[in-house]
Design a binder for this molecule. Sequence first.
Ligand SMILES: [Fe+2]
Length: 189
Amino acid sequence: MNIIDYVKQRHRQIKELIRQLELEEREEERGSLRVKLADFLAAHIVAENEVLMPLLMKHLGSSALVFESSEEHTVVAFMLDRLVAIPLSHHTFSARFRVFKDILLNHLEVEGYDLITQLGQVAPEKKLEKAGKEIELVFCNGLREGWEKLVQSLLSAEKAKTKEKTGKKVGKKAVVKKATAKATKKSNS
Ligand SMILES: [Fe+2]
């Protein structure tokens, strides 16, 4: 299967998992579905970051939509982390779920239609086929790792990237923060 059909299929499966979680009323089944969705989505984001994003960058260049899609992966990973962190019965769960769903569905819409269609028009078929095999492999490895490890590595990689880009500034701020904390501790003791 080429990467275009692959991504479309995965997006359909993610939407189906969301639908099942919304419809399910039994507490235990909802818990299992939430973990299933988290594992599936985290592995999918990692696989897209590793295989789809470089392909989009190469063939569509520095398009705003490509950057937006990459940003949304980080936001979805952050929200996924928050969604699994609280009990299903928690009074904020529905609110978290609704915001998570809105952002995710919008992301799947733009990436799954606009970007993928453009990619299909410009990338050679052989390359799309090869990428389809690669992304499947990364996804399966991700599933074995589990959502917790994947989400943490996605978020810490993003933090490291931001630090790298704004290195000097962050470094200075960190020094000031450390000095302030030290002074506060001293004055309190
Ligand atoms: Fe995506």
